[in-house]
Write a protein that binds this ligand. Sequence first.
Ligand code: MG
Length: 383
Amino acid sequence: MKKRVTVLGATGSIGRNTLDVLRGLRDEWDVVGLAAHTSVQSLAAAASEFKVEAAAITCPDQAKSLKARFSPDCEVFGGENAMLDLVNEVPCDCVVVATVGTGGLTATIKAAEMGRRIALANKEALVMAGSVLIPLAERSGSMIIPIDSEHSAIFQALQAGRVQDVHRVYLTASGGPFRTWTIEEMDEATLEDALRHPTWDMGPKTTIDSATMMNKALEIVEARWLFGLASEQIQVVIHPESIIHSLVEFKDGSMIAQLGAPDMRTPIQYALTYPARKRCPSEQLDLTSVSRLHLHPPDMERFPALRLGHEVARRGGTCGAVMNAANEVAVQLFQKGEIHYRDIARVTEAALERHESNPSPTLKDILAADRWAREEITRCAAC
Ligand code: MG
């Protein structure tokens, strides 16, 4: 019997890589559902290639005349709740969450409630709603397997030991385009500078997050929820080669790392095939071509976002939602040229300082904190 998988965010970079992996796993997996926000054309093409049972488009402007774009055998959901409806109504074994931003949050929570395996690439789900998602998954028996390369590496390294025996984990970071820049140079940093990422090929939001290292701050919070670690157990280490994807140090001093070429198809496939390993279309690493690997501690002065990541991991509650939303709006303002590169972390920190965190929030509280932070950043950027 083949297993059934639904892919949310099927037309983005992770989604396309997921479909590429699934092309190689056709003997085991049937792709039954696909969802995207706006890209109807690419979604329709993928839906017909994989002969899916249902497809979903969440952007309301695209919902009109949607059915005509898909085969008559394919059920089509449109509108704001389309992803949620897809997860709710099309039975499957695994939901791949490859959405960006907060769009897939309610659908992810639904998948956890229904006890599905969740192959999770979306950081926001955990950063914002870890306090809701993790207990829910524990109750339903839903297994959350990370796709984020660092967290996949930690998840893989943890197969060698027990979480209660972890001394700490090291999240590796490329350091982004400003790794070697001084604060004075960063003061002059432009959007073009921030968009030049040395190793990973990602969308603009993630690339700018990598330049501020807010990406790593979000990943600290993500690791805190995924593995149930304390903030002090999570350490960021700069590793410009992006060969070691992260490592776990156990209490006995043993360190277990996962290495590989920087290719997202490896963690995507592992989340699907776990605990099995299969041949993967990803690039293979030639270990003999790696002459040196550099590892050094990050500079918290130059990258204050990292401090925020640790603070949010410690405070928990609604702080994750505030950091995530404040940063998202700050990045948009930076892209529009309305604030400076160094203001991104500054205004995010200011929002966190003014926020009164709710220590055990509901999803409603989390969404309210998200809205509050967006308004707060827009307001203080204007003055
Ligand atoms: Mg990552």
